[in-house]
Write a protein that binds this ligand. Sequence first.
Ligand code: BGC
Length: 778
Amino acid sequence: MGGVSAAWDPSLYTTSPAVLPSPNTTGIGWEDAFAKAQDFLAELTLEEKTTLITGTNGPCPGNIIGIERLGFKGLCLQDGPLSIRQATYASVFPAGVNAGASFDREQFYKRGLYMGQEFKGKGAEIALGPVAGPLGRTPWGGRNWEGFGADPYLSGIANAETVLGIQDAGVQATTKHFIGNEQETQRNPSVADDGTTIESVSTNIDDRAMHELYVWPFADAVKAGTASIMCSYNRLNGSYGCQNSKILNGILKDELRFQGHLTNAHRGAVHAGVATIEAGLDMNMPGGIGFSSPTPSFWGANATAAVNNGTIPESRIDDMILRIMTPYFHLGQDKDFPPVDKSSAEINGKAESSFGFPFELGPIVDVRTEEHTQFIRESAANSTVLIKNTGSLPLKAPKNIAVFGNGAGDYEAGLYSFVGAFLADAEEQGTLGSGGGSGTGRYSYLVTPLEAIKARAKQDDALVQFILSNEVITEYGIDTIVPAPEVCLVFIKSWATEGFDRDELEPEHNGTAVVETVADSCSNTIVVHNGAGPVLLPFASHPNVTAILLSHFPGQESGNSLVDVLYGDVNPSGHLPYTIPSSLSVASPPIVNSTELVETTDPNAWQDPFTESLYIDYRYYALKNGSVDYPFGFGLSYTTFSLSDLSVSAVPGTSNSSSLPSASSPVLPGGNADLWKPLYVANVSVSNTGDVAGAAVPQLYVNIADAGAPAGTPQWQLRGFDRVDLAPGETKTVGFELLRRDLSFWDVEAQQWRLPSGTIGVEAGFNFEERTVKASLA
Ligand code: BGC
């Protein structure tokens, strides 16, 4: 077994076994819809079948052409994980990382539901989100913020709830990117100076880390019924993510019994026709004529030919159709689904299909609602992470406020810029409501911190002065602000986007110097950071820095949400869904990149061995006794909480559980059904010991490492959390169900989840490092 316990043997992880043929769907859980899909399939010619699995030009980022005689209007696939991107008059929700920071199942679900309603209103049958990969293995990862945090348990629950929400709105969710897409650098092949094609980075993962970290949240999404899964750009153990039959056929379709359809990342993740079809890919996007895709497609007419010449059995194509059409019927998308909104065609510039005829488009509709706006404001405020407060927050109606820094005002590149969205660095000026790339949003409006502060300060007749240029602040100081402010609010930021990894973990644009300059002159300096985390905060111990808030990428109501927190209308309850290390030297692990690799002529040079195996984020820092500034799960409140009385009881009838799930238990979407059965329930009392209402986030960590799990098992791992509203003085009992999977490790020999034989320790706390109450599983 790989991992820190054993020497890393690269040869074990640079090849992937073939797992063929691709397992057929039987429509488990979707039986009625499966029967309808079978009837639909029976009507199709071979050409229609291959057209239905191959994308075409059209109004959406991904399009499947309709078949008029069968009353099928086609499929519109739209980004992304925080908003419908290619449409006007839609809401931009807080990013995945904000939702993750809420540790709130209700927020996960509602965010999915409300986004789903907007996708449906705009005529998009398929939403390209949520994000379970990247998981956040490395703090430098450019797309971590699209997902929910660097822990598989948290990410799993957030993904499952989001899938349920999106699909309850009648839209298919696409959980992405499967798998190992933990860095953007060299995610696509490049061409060396001598013309050699240099392949994408190969993410090399051992079997335990694959199951216990990276596949874990996808299993939750499959269990929740995700209609679709998107495979990723990178190679995985030597073979491209979208043609790796071990992970697609073997893990996803067999082990997890995924019943929906597998689609690919759009910008060149498909490198072959037959090999991808055999490996389990069911839908080729964007198809023949599109983004970085070859013309003609590897699929389309080539797939027809492959069937006609006997290379691919038609039954494989039939299974692809069933996988695509079953969720469509299951979600009732054959009945009165709105047409694609005209604005998408305008933005996308392609109203016609590659076949030359136009799509039927509907009028431009405004899908934003008061309920969505309210939710965006509240959820972004709730999930703001307060990491320092010496008492300056909440503000007490200050009369003289100063605002500093380039993260406070309007974004100089505008409300949406597709080019800007993919830029390695954010523009100098402007607040960051979301990150960049296909996961960004197209704002109808974005309330900046400065405008919201000005509006709120008016109520107190307060003076609001500002300096937004970081250069002016660091070069000339802040003496122009007179009279001296009561409170100095400093806005700094860190950009992150698809297509690039982060190149620094300190706030960008000289943010640290900006804070230090202000704090040297202003005894009440409050810092607000927007953007990607983890971010290093070397100024945190400055005596004049009285409070620090991390609001990540909060979406369109950014300024309003922030003001609600600053003035105490909302008591923040966000907790870090990752660890903030104390310095660059301890941050781990780096992405793979070097001049040598950039200049290589070896096609296979880009290798990323995940030698840390299970030890990512808090698991890693705990192992190394790494110096951590703010641990995973950390977050302050305007009140205080305490935990007591942790007790654990076995679920009746499970006391003699065998170490492996029963072989006779059915394998359903999500895996062996036994894995999802609760074995224990842990209860803990949570009290609000302060004098304002607030929400606590108790977390439960389990220790299977000392209970007989193999070497290489992290000692404490998150296996329960909740967000609990508490009035001052109130106490509530919070229960955590521990499922068989939560207490098992992946046994690489048995190729199964196994419960350790010893006594499992359980500890609860308000963050990873302060686990104050303890118990064990009897
Ligand atoms: C991205 C996906 C996205 C798709 C469509 C791909 O490049 O990786 O996340 O959904 O394109 O824009």
